[in-house]
Every structure is written in C-alpha cells, then in structure tokens.
Design a binder for this molecule. Structure first.
Ligand code: HEC
Ligand code: HEC
Ligand code: HEC
Ligand code: HEC
Length: 178
C-alpha cells in the first residue's frame, strides 16, 4: 500500500516538475535579458501572425515526451550551473557565447530531423501551390530526405544580426552614460 502511495506521489511530482519547467515563465525567469532570445522572438512571425498560433519556448526547444524530453531536462543542469556562474548575464557575454548556443540547438534539431518544427508544420499538409516558387521547389524535394527544416530555416526565431545591433546600441549608450 505505501509503495502504491509513494508510486502515485512520484508520478504526480514528476508530472508537476515536467510541466512547471516547460512554461515560458520558467524559461524567461533566466532568459530575461532585454537583448536576449525573448526580445528577438517578439520580432518574428512566430510571435504574431494571421492565424494567432504562438509557439512557446518549450514548443521549439523541448521534446514533447518520452526519453528525449527527460534527456533534455537532464542536460539543462548545464544551464543552471552557467546561470549561477553568470556565463551569459550581460548582453556582451550573451553575444560572445551565442554561436556556441545556436550551434548546440541546431545540432539537436538536425539530429532529430527537426521534430519540434514538424509537431506543427507537416510537409504532407503543405499546399505547395500557395507557396512561393522557391518554397515550393525546396519543400517538394524534401521526400528525398537529405535536408531538414533547420538546414534552411535557422535564425527564424532569434536573429543574430538584430541581436548584434541591439547589443551594439546598448553598450554604446552605457558607455555614454558612464
Ligand atoms: C536556471 C536558469 C535557466 C533556465 C530556467 C533556463 N535556461 Fe536556458 N540557458 C541558461 C544558460 C545560463 C544557458 C547557457 C548555457 C551554457 O552554454 O553554458 C542556457 C542555454 C540555453 C539554450 C542554448 C542551447 C544549449 O543547449 O545550451 C537554449 C536553447 C535554452 N537555454 C532554452 C531554454 C528553455 C526553452 C528554457 C525553458 C524550458 C530554459 N532555457 C530555461 C539558463 C537557463
Ligand atoms: C506551435 C506551432 C509551431 C512550431 C512548434 C513551429 N512553428 Fe513555424 N509557424 C507556426 C505558425 C502558426 C506560423 C505562421 C503561419 C502564418 O503565417 O499564419 C509559422 C511560420 C513559419 C515560417 C514562415 C514565417 C517565417 O518566420 O519565416 C517558417 C519558415 C517556419 N514557421 C518554420 C518553423 C521551423 C523551422 C520550426 C522549428 C524550429 C517551427 N516553424 C516551429 C507554427 C509553429
Ligand atoms: C532546402 C531548403 C528548405 C528546407 C529543407 C525547408 N524549407 Fe521551408 N522554405 C524554404 C524556402 C527557400 C522558402 C521560401 C522563403 C521565402 O520565400 O522567403 C521556405 C518557406 C517556408 C515557409 C513559408 C511558406 C510560405 O509560402 O509562406 C514555411 C512555413 C516553411 N518554409 C517551413 C518549413 C518546414 C517546417 C520545413 C521542415 C519540415 C522546411 N520548411 C524545410 C526552404 C526550405
Ligand atoms: C519557433 C521556434 C522557437 C521558439 C518559439 C523559440 N525558439 Fe529559441 N531557438 C529556436 C531555434 C531554431 C534555435 C537555433 C538557432 C537558430 O536557429 O538561430 C534557437 C536558439 C535559441 C537559443 C540559443 C541562442 C540564440 O540566441 O540563438 C536560446 C538561448 C533560445 N533559443 C531560447 C529561447 C527562449 C527562452 C524562448 C522563449 C522565449 C525561445 N527560444 C523560443 C527556435 C525557437
């Protein structure tokens, strides 16, 4: 009996932890910076569009279920440590580290064939006729299977050029004020 109670308790605690650590509030409690991923996201179609569908951080970054999800959460212990040691706690530090972070996320999506994108966008559901010529050509070839979404669509959510501009502006204004 006690075993069952502990068992059920563990399942609830697990479910609670998994949910609580997948909200935008949780992610932006650390990724809070003005020149950070949230600011960049707000400038994109994924934040505001005609259909009103808005992916949260976890929709693109955390596998929906199973071992991949647990594994991603375990990997996140690096994020906790780097947060404590202040690895990306200024816009300048963030920019200096951004290529490494981008590289990791792109590699993760390459390895899983851009699964998080495909949770919303299915190639089979695309009406190629409504797409631009370039898009139609690229997507109709995807059956060959050697390219995946992130190969052609990196930078859709957090534009590095915009980040550089913002950090440049911020650091020059902080120099002026000091
Ligand atoms: C405890 C603070 C903290 C929380 C909470 C947090 N992050 Fe991070 N995150 C960081 C830090 C610090 C880094 C840089 C890690 C490094 O490279 O050393 C990072 C890196 C990343 C990266 C770059 C890729 C990688 O693997 O390093 C992504 C993507 C990311 N976070 C997304 C998220 C998402 C999505 C959430 C919410 C589910 C989240 N983070 C919650 C602090 C945090
Ligand atoms: C929660 C659902 C969701 C997820 C996850 C998602 N998208 Fe989207 N995406 C949308 C919606 C909704 C639009 C806007 C459609 C419209 O124009 O009405 C969109 C628009 C786009 C566009 C066209 C606009 C632009 O920004 O260029 C591209 C390209 C795109 N998504 C690629 C991706 C890729 C790549 C991923 C994975 C990294 C991804 N999406 C993840 C829902 C999603
Ligand atoms: C070989 C490169 C390539 C691959 C792989 C690819 N795309 Fe695209 N995609 C494009 C191009 C090129 C465009 C057109 C961009 C433009 O017109 O500015 C496009 C446009 C889009 C659009 C906007 C369509 C429109 O007409 O508004 C969406 C959404 C999109 N891609 C999603 C995806 C998703 C999701 C995947 C993975 C399942 C994917 N793409 C894989 C090259 C690619
Ligand atoms: C529509 C999908 C999408 C959404 C929503 C999204 N991201 Fe990303 N994110 C990506 C992709 C794809 C990359 C990989 C790098 C690239 O494409 O530029 C990335 C990269 C990152 C990085 C690495 C550093 C950087 O600036 O590129 C961090 C940190 C990050 N995201 C955090 C977040 C947080 C926090 C949120 C929520 C506020 C969020 N992301 C929402 C798709 C998304």
């Amino acid at each position: 009996m006690i075993g069952v109670v502990i068992g059920i308790g563990t399942i609830f605690a697990y479910e609670y932890t998994m949910k609580a650590t997948s909200t935008d509030e949780f992610c932006t409690s650390c990724h809070v910076m003005a020149a950070g991923p949230f600011t960049m996201l707000k400038e994109t179609t994924h934040f505001r569009n005609e259909s009103g569908v808005r992916p949260g951080c976890a929709d693109c970054h955390i596998p929906a279920s199973g071992w991949p999800k647990i594994w991603r959460k375990i990997q996140a212990s690096r994020e906790v440590w780097s947060h404590i040691t202040g690895k990306i706690d200024t816009p300048e530090k963030y920019l200096a580290h951004v290529d490494v972070m981008k590289g990791r996320e792109i590699a993760r999506l390459k390895a899983n064939d851009s699964q998080e994108c495909r949770n919303c966008h299915e190639v089979e559901a695309m009406d190629f006729e409504q797409q631009s010529r370039m898009a139609k050509r690229a997507h109709s070839r995807m059956q060959d299977g050697d390219r995946t979404c992130i190969d052609c669509h990196d930078g859709i959510a957090h534009d590095k050029a915009a980040l550089e501009k913002l950090v440049g502006k911020n650091s020059s204004s902080s120099k002026e004020s000091s």
